[in-house]
Design a protein around this ligand. Structure first.
Ligand SMILES: [Zn+2]
Length: 323
């Protein structure tokens, strides 16, 4: 099966009450970890690439690695551009074999966001085969590669905007802001409460906004960015092995599972992969100070990322046995 776009994948996910995991990849071990986990769970999967990943690994390497994963697993896999900053970057990816792109003009005024998004949609939909387009309304706090928004400057999606936006742009899916956030420090400690172990508990997601949006856009796939849960077992391994991550906090998995049962068809996970990879490598170095073969320590990182992705597919996304 060649790379696919998100159209059929999201239709099935919407009807089936589950979401597809969109995992960011930057190197071979991460691509392998994600797709081997998806294979073992018989799950469709989205591999997404940010501008930072393109800079780090070069687009051609990323595309060829993802094609190798398709050949190796036989799964339905989408190659998606995460946070395309402008028309040119989206066009470059569409021309280069991506099957889905995100145009993120969410920092622009409403009319300008519509204009830029519509231009990308026209180009993507004219492409053969059809390339799907994700757009965004509202802004998330936090840091993800080149996308930086100060805490306090984020803004929730306004449900009253969504019908006009989708109608006028023709986009295939819409990322909305309901309180998720980019990075491993999603919430400031003062936004949270602490449980009996001193672990931060973030404010709940705005399910009222999600429900209002899905009422206005029946059957339309919604996307959540910044949806790592910053699983504390990995933070602990990192900190127990020489790391120093203080008050790293994410979105609770239970809330994401709820969102996946509703209109949310794509859940973006990046920081959790980085944490799992770092935990595996730090633990390895601490246990084996004499090792210097990258296959040994990067291999342990890959093992942890794979375990994490299997957990996400079965316990959070619900996309297992849906390939
Ligand atoms: Zn994002």
């Amino acid at each position: 099966m060649p790379l696919v776009n998100t159209k059929e994948m999201f239709e099935k996910a919407y009807k089936g009450g589950y979401a597809i995991g969109a995992f960011n990849c930057n190197n071979m071990e991460i691509v392998q970890a994600i797709t081997e986990a998806a294979k073992e769970c018989n799950s469709p999967v989205i591999l997404q690439v940010s501008a930072g990943a393109r800079k780090y690994a070069k687009p051609v390497y990323l595309r060829k690695m993802v094609e190798a994963a398709v050949e190796d697993t036989g799964l339905p896999i989408v190659l998606h551009l995460d946070h395309g900053a402008d028309f040119e970057m989206c066009k470059d990816c569409i021309d280069g074999g991506f099957t889905s792109v995100m145009i993120d003009a969410s920092s622009k005024p409403f009319e300008e966001n519509i204009e830029i998004t519509r231009k990308v949609v026209e180009y993507a939909h004219a492409h053969k085969p059809y390339v799907t387009v994700e757009a965004e309304l509202g802004t998330l706090a936090g840091i993800e590669d080149d996308v930086k928004v100060e805490h306090g400057s984020e803004s929730y999606t306004k449900p009253e905007d969504v019908e006009e936006f989708v109608r006028r742009t023709g986009c295939d899916s819409l990322a909305i802001a309901i309180g998720t956030s980019h990075g491993a420090y999603k919430f400031k400690p003062e936004q949270c409460t602490r449980d009996e172990n001193g672990v931060l508990c973030p404010p709940p997601l705005r399910f009222d906004i999600l429900e209002e949006v899905s009422k206005r856009l029946p059957g339309f796939p919604i996307v959540l960015h910044g949806s790592s849960s910053v699983n504390q077992e990995y933070v602990k391994i990192i900190n127990d092995n020489g790391g120093d991550l203080k008050d790293a906090v994410g979105v609770p998995e239970k809330q994401l599972r709820e969102a996946a049962k509703l209109a949310v068809c794509k859940i973006n996970i990046d920081s959790d992969l980085r944490l799992a990879m770092t935990a595996g490598i730090r633990e390895h170095f601490n246990a084996h100070p004499d090792h210097f073969d990258p296959r040994q320590y990067v291999g342990d990182g890959r093992k942890y990322v794979k375990e994490l992705v299997k957990h996400k597919i079965t316990e959070v996304l619900g996309s297992n046995d849906k390939a």
